[in-house]
Write a protein that binds this ligand. Structure first.
Ligand code: NAP
Length: 484
């Protein structure tokens, strides 16, 4: 079993530029354990010039990497998958130290993250084009798929490795090079992953990693640099909007995985116990800090009270604590400002009339803990029905009929995911067709799967990660009109 000190020692703390690990010219930035509020280590703080140097390395490596044999690209990914899998315990502990979730949850993320490496190892050799006879029978239509070119990949703190491999896997498979910028709160998992890819034979310059205390100032020059051909961003809608605007200057190919406000619908014909099980996963995976987290529970009036009580019993039984401790289910929130947001949303709802069924408060002491909370009788004007909660809080609101449920579910600018519990197959399909989201969990509380296209509609973004679709984001289609 690895110790905290040994996993922290093993991870590189520098920038990866052109295959070399280098210090940050801006000094260092501190990484904190959100369970204690204490600094666990320092990592390099890059300057904008160093970010540009990373892009130069990516641009130089691109010429050769695009011609690397697909099988060779796939083999690097496959070897990295095997290594990540072999080192899952140590990588999970590292993730818990920087992000807070329980080691068991971190381990689940390591598995999820590594599966993108394996899936895209398999997809690297399946990139194809087509050859067709033109409708008039005269010419031929030839299409080929080619790597987009150097990419800038920006990831959030909530899934420190999986949000990276969802981009890095398909980019490597497609033959693109990249500069990756993880969130400053959780850079360690990404640095550990970069070292693994390097050790497993990824050529210098294909993957470059920049960590920074000032994301806007290092990313800005990259987005404005004509050598960048693609931006893939996972994070908040607010930052995503700004990056879309900045990307217009160079007309970048853009993918945006943004915020969510997932409705969880329970109809009166649903198996309530199943729905509660699904609700626990949809709400509590990642301490509620997931873009896919069920943000609001719309439950048929006939079963709303039963659902809220059963959910509260399960939520109240969860063990809150430092993610490294045995038996802990719920770790801390990422920082104090996130905890204040969650606390503010709960107070707003209770002031407007919501009832606290369980939890409702911050946990005193070190770290940024918040009690697993269920609120019932939540009024329609409560802010937490509109805003992304990003914490362990489940608001329950009743509905009278199917139309009201669908209208409530769609009453948001977000459109990432929805969850539907019903045993009526006709209703299930009818409701799925009407929901304005990119993904739906039908009688299940989790949709994430490396083999499926993950992504949103409306202000949850555009583009898909995972599945066959995920690699298309890193490929251009070139068409050749052939005269025989
Ligand atoms: P965030 O504040 O938008 O940050 C995301 C990333 O963007 C971080 O690396 C951040 O760096 C960087 N960033 C911030 N401002 C920037 C700027 N002006 N220019 C360039 N980069 C900038 O989001 P977060 O708080 O880390 O993550 C939570 C959000 O991500 C939630 O809204 C969640 O729903 C969303 N999310 C979406 C998905 C999805 O697939 N749809 C998945 C996971 C999370 P620093 O943090 O270092 O400043």
């Amino acid at each position: 079993m690895s110790s905290e000190a040994s996993v922290l020692d093993a991870v590189p703390k520098q920038l990866l530029i052109g295959g070399k690990w280098v210090d940050g010219q801006e000094g260092t930035l501190s990484v904190e354990d959100p369970a204690t509020g204490e600094t666990i280590c320092e990592v390099a703080d890059a300057t904008p010039d160093q970010a540009t140097a990373a892009l130069t390395a990516a641009a130089e490596a691109q010429a050769e990497w695009r011609h690397a044999a697909p099988r060779d690209r796939g083999e690097v990914l496959r070897a990295a998958w095997a290594r990540v899998t072999e080192r899952a315990d140590e990588l999970a502990l590292l993730m818990t130290l920087e992000m807070g979730k329980s080691v068991a949850e971190s381990k689940a993320e390591i598995t999820y993250a590594s599966e993108f490496l394996r899936w895209y190892a398999e997809e690297a050799v399946r990139i194809d084009g087509r050859y067709a006879t033109a409708p008039n029978g005269q010419g031929r239509l030839l299409t080929m798929k080619q790597p987009v070119g150097p990419c800038v990949l920006i990831t959030p703190w909530n899934f420190p490795m999986a949000m990276g491999t969802r981009k890095i896997g398909p980019a490597i498979a497609a033959g693109c090079t990249m500069v990756v910028k993880p969130a400053k709160q959780t850079p360690l998992s990404m640095l550990a992953l970069a070292k693994i890819l390097q050790e497993e034979g990824l050529p210098d310059g294909v993957l470059n990693v920049i960590t920074s205390s000032s994301s806007g100032s290092v990313v800005g020059p990259l987005i404005n640099d004509p050598r960048t051909r693609k931006l893939s961003f996972t994070g908040s809608t607010e930052v995503g909007r700004k990056l879309i605007e900045q990307s217009a200057e160079q007309v970048l190919k853009v993918s945006m995985e943004l915020g969510g406000n997932a409705p969880f619908l329970v109809f009166d014909d649903a198996d309530v116990d199943d729905a509660v099980e699904g609700a626990m996963v949809a709400k509590m995976r990642n301490i509620g800090e997931a873009c896919t987290a069920a943000n609001r529970f719309h439950v048929a009036d006939a079963v709303a009270e039963e659902f809220a009580e059963k959910l509260a019993a399960k939520m109240g039984a969860l063990k809150v604590g430092r993610g490294t401790e045995d038996g802990v289910d719920v770790g801390p929130l990422i920082d104090e400002s996130q905890r204040e947001i969650v606390e503010g949303l709960v107070s707003d709802a209770t002031e407007k009339g919501a009832k606290v069924v369980v939890g409702g408060s911050r946990v005193d002491g070190a770290g940024y803990f918040f009690e697993p909370t269920v609120l019932s009788d939540v009024p329609g004007d409560a802010k937490l029905l509109k805003d992304e909660i990003f914490g362990p809080v489940a608001p329950v609101k009743g509905f009278a009929d199917e139309d009201e449920a669908i209208a409530a579910a769609n009453d948001t600018e977000y459109g990432l995911v929805a969850y539907v519990y019903t045993r009526d197959i006709k209703r299930a399909l009818r409701v799925c067709e009407k929901l304005e989201t990119g993904m739906i969990g039908l009688n299940q509380g989790m949709v994430s799967n490396p083999a499926a296209p993950f992504g949103g509609v409306k202000q949850s973004g555009f583009g898909r990660e995972g599945g066959y679709e995920g690699i298309e984001e890193y490929l251009e289609t070139k068409y050749v009109a052939v005269n025989l």
